[in-house]
Write a protein of this length. Sequence first.
Length: 393
Amino acid sequence: MDVFLGEWVNLLLRWFHLIVGIGWIGTSFYFMALDYSLDTTERKSEGVYGTAWEVHGGGFYHVEKFTVAPPQLPAHLQWFKWDAYLTWMTGFGLLIVQYYLHARSYLIDPAVLPLVPLQAIAISIASLLAGWIAYDLLCRSPLGRNTTVLAVLVFALILVASVLYTRVFSARGAFLHVGAFVGTIMAFNVFMVIIPNQRKMVAQLLKGEVPDARYGEIGKQRSTHNNYLTLPVLVMMVSPHYPFLSAHPQSWLVVALIIVAGALIRHYINRVDAGDEWNAFNWTAPLAAFALICAIWVTAPRAPAATEGAVNDAEMLALTAKHCTTCHARKPTHESFQEAPKNVTLETVEDLRKYAPLILAQAVQNKAMPLGNQTGMTEDERAKIGRWIAEQH
């Protein structure tokens, strides 16, 4: 695909992904807050579990939630599903456009595992499906009846996937795939469990039967899981823009800290919406803050390995000519670019001095460059680059 058209496809998919993702997340946040704020003492219609009075946009709303289902199916029933479906579909589209079509640049790192693109793509798709199957089996097993045990097992499943991805893909590809792994679980919860269960309840209503409450309970469980996973998955999906997240040798640890912090923040918000006493959940905020502080400490840049002797300008130019200027040139030769990314050119000593902080962060500390380490930059070469930059100050 032409690079220019490819960039437009990428942009439009990303825009669409953001729009439907905001809709899906907003719906999740709204209904969780609604559930927790229901008044169960107000005079209610038959079969109603709780009610809520709300004001928004100059209007007042009165909402009722039935314990199981209304006695009769209403003429118009609003389904909340397409935001979830389209979020996953556009996200997978971005995975294709960014990571599958440019697998050698973004997904594969020969130093991690020398894959060909078809192998990397097959592993990606198979792992996403395997993650859903493993998660679904856990939820359906007897262990799934215990909320705490299930939460620990799902947490462990995501961390195992994180470790395995770092053994297969590039650093940024691995971290992004953790987000795709979790996002697939969330979307399939809606597609494979929540909506089908709701359809079963509707079918029972149409037959004049009393809907089975078990279907609603299962749907509520999966919906709650989605709610608690929302904040962590958002960070993982934007992680390619922040390579320091994936630069740590044990990036699964960063994943663990993000999940803990995000889930605790959601729990804090949910308990506030429920009107709980502060003493019942006041531990969540400082623990979430501590997890974030640990993540910051873990991802802090480390000093590059020491090298002997000074690195002169000619050596530095030779290194950048070998590893950088196929992309970062006024006329790039890399197939993925028609102009230098972010207009950063690294062809002269003046260029190198100008962009020295970026080079240090991306090539030495985060090791995000070269893309996919296609040119095979060694640790010694990274150390030399770091040494040359240090000598400029």
